[in-house]
Design a protein. Sequence first.
Length: 107
Amino acid sequence: MNRLEKRTLRLIKVGAENATPASEITRLLKVNPRTVRSIIYRLVTRYGVPIVGGRKNNRYGYYIPRDQEELLEGARSLYNQNQEEQKRLTVLLNASLTDWQDYLKEG
């Protein structure tokens, strides 16, 4: 694990009530939001760190689930996001490369 990944992991707390906003991580590490998302992705997929994102008491951020319930709650939002992206991908793969031009012709 590289230094930036370790620094990021240290900022992520256990429990949904302690969620660390991405904006706070970007500010503290002096990186852009895309970099934070990429690091979080690697921490989960490469190292198996159970980091989820979610909202609790109007505070959104990343956290490590305290228990199975928090894990499932965090996974639910990721699942829903995945379902929406799957819809978009299906439409995109079936879209006409020319029919969209008709929208420009309509009044």
